[in-house]
Design a protein around this ligand. Structure first.
Ligand SMILES: *Cc1c(COP(=O)(O)O)cnc(C)c1O
Length: 381
C-alpha cells in the first residue's frame, strides 16, 4: 500500500526494488543481486551479458522447465542436452565433457526441485574448458552446496519468484553474480542498455538491451514474503526427510537422492521414482489416479524436453538454417540422445512444495496412501 500511495511504481524513482536486491543479496551471501521481471528474464539476461548468441552451443539438462530451453532458442543458440542421473534427477556431470565442442559457449546448470546438481564436477569441467556456468536456481531458493547458497557458484545464478515458487510475488526474478563487470553488463541489458544511475539525460547506447525490470509492487511483496522464507524452508526440509523415511520402506518407491555436497535442498518439489513392477504392473497413470482418489494430488512431471517439437521447429527456421551448417544440424539429431532421462520421465512422481508446508500427520497420510495402493494394486489394474 505504501508503494501504491507513493505514486512511485517503477525502480526509476522508487526505493523498493533496491531494498529487495540488498536483502536478497544478504540472504544468499552474494556480492551482487539484480532484480528482474521473472526467471526467464534472469536467464536471458545472463546469456546475453555473457555474449552467448547465434552460432553458439549451450549445454543444459533435459529434465527442466521449458524456460531453460526457450532462452537458448531466443538467443538463436543451439541447445545441447546432457542426460540425467535417474537417482538424483539432476544432470549427469559424468556425461558433460563428451558434450563439449569448440562452439560450446555456456552451461546452464539446473538445480532441479531445489536440490543441488553436482556443482564440483560441473565446475571442474567448465574451468578446464573456460566455459561460463549459469546456475538455473529458479527452484532453489536457500538451497545449498557445501553450506554455500545455490546461485552463488556460477558466473550468474538465476531465480524465479513466479506464483508456484517457494518465494512468490506472482511474477519476478533475480540474478546473482560475484563479478562486478558482469553485474554491470546484466544491469545495462535489463534496462534497455541504459545505466541506472546516470546523471545526464543523454540517449546513447553501447550495447543491446531490453526492458526486463521488476516493478516496485513485486519488490514490496518479496520483501514481505522473504521474512518467512527461512521458517517455511525448514518446515519443507523436515517434512521431506520424514516423508522419505516413510516412503523408503515401501518397495518400488525411490525418493530422489541428494548429492553428498547438497547440504540443503529447497524442496520446490518432492520427487520420487515409481516402479510399476513392484505394484503388480499398475501403470503410473493409474497410480496417480489412485493417489488422487486418496486425497493426495500428484503429477508425473516433465516430458523429455530434448524431444519436444519446439526444437525441431526452431532448427527449421531461416535463421538457424543460415547460421548452422546442414551437416551440423543433422549431427545434432544423432547427438540428442538421453536414454536415462527418457526412463526417468516415465517413472517420476511429484508432490508440490506447498504440500510440504503441511503437518507431520499429513506426511503420514501421504505414505499411508501409497502403502494402501500397493496393497490393493491388483484390484486397480
Ligand atoms: C520457473 C522456472 C523458470 C522460469 O521462471 P519464470 O519466472 O516462470 O520465468 C526457469 N527455470 C526453471 C527450472 C524453473 O523452474
Amino acid at each position: 500500500m505504501s508503494v501504491l500511495r507513493s505514486g512511485k511504481w517503477s525502480r526509476g524513482n522508487g526505493q523498493m526494488v533496491k531494498r529487495f536486491e540488498e536483502k536478497f543479496a544478504q540472504l544468499t551471501g552474494s556480492r551482487h543481486c539484480l532484480a528482474v521481471a521473472n526467471g526467464t528474464s534472469a536467464l536471458l539476461c545472463s546469456l546475453s551479458a555473457l555474449g552467448v548468441g547465434a552460432g553458439d552451443e549451450v549445454i543444459l539438462p533435459p529434465y527442466t522447465f521449458v524456460a531453460t530451453l526457450n532462452v537458448i532458442l531466443a538467443r538463436q543458440a543451439l541447445p545441447v542436452f546432457v542426460d540425467s542421473n535417474r537417482e538424483t534427477f539432476q544432470m549427469d556431470a559424468g556425461k558433460l565433457e563428451a558434450a563439449i565442442t569448440p562452439r560450446t559457449a555456456a552451461i546452464v546448470l539446473v538445480h532441479m526441485a531445489g536440490s543441488a546438481a553436482d556443482l564440483d564436477a560441473t565446475l571442474a569441467v567448465a574451468r578446464k574448458y573456460k566455459i561460463p556456468v549459469i546456475e538455473d536456481a529458479c527452484q532453489a531458493h536457500l538451497g545449498e552446496w557445501k553450506k554455500r547458497k545455490l546461485g552463488t557458484y556460477g558466473d550468474t545464478g538465476c531465480f524465479s519468484f513466479q506464483a508456484s515458487k517457494n518465494l512468490n510475488s506472482g511474477e519476478g526474478g533475480a540474478i546473482l553474480t560475484q563479478q562486478e563487470d558482469l553485474f554491470h553488463r546484466c544491469s545495462l541489458f535489463h534496462n534497455n542498455s541504459r545505466g541506472m544511475h546516470r546523471q545526464d539525460d543523454s540517449f546513447t547506447y553501447a550495447a543491446p538491451g531490453l526492458n526486463l525490470r521488476m516493478t516496485e509492487f513485486q519488490a514490496a511483496l518479496l520483501v514481505a514474503q522473504m521474512t518467512r522464507l527461512e521458517e517455511q524452508s525448514r518446515t519443507r526440509e523436515s517434512n521431506a526427510s520424514y516423508l522419505s523415511s516413510l516412503l523408503e520402506t515401501i518397495p518400488g518407491i525411490y525418493p530422489a537422492r541428494l548429492h553428498s555436497g547438497c547440504t540443503r535442498s529447497a524442496y520446490h518439489l518432492y520427487m520420487f521414482r515409481y516402479a510399476a513392477e513392484r505394484f503388480q504392473g499398475l501403470t503410473r497413470a493409474k497410480f496417480l489416479k489412485a493417489l488422487a482418489a486418496e486425497g493426495v494430488p500428484a503429477s508425473g512431471g516433465y516430458t523429455p524436453l530434448n524431444k519436444e517439437p519446439v526444437i525441431a521447429a526452431a532448427l527449421k527456421t531461416r535463421g538457424y538454417e543460415r547460421i548452422y551448417p546442414a551437416a551440423g544440424l543433422r549431427q545434432w539429431q544423432q547427438r540428442n540422445q538421453c536414454p536415462e532421462n527418457d526412463k526417468l520421465c516415465q517413472e517420476a512422481v511429484w508432490l508440490t512444495q506447498t504440500m510440504l508446508l503441511g503437518s507431520r500427520a499429513d506426511m503420514d497420510k501421504i505414505a499411508a496412501a501409497v502403502g494402501k495402493i500397493q496393497k490393493h494394486a491388483a484390484a486397480l489394474l
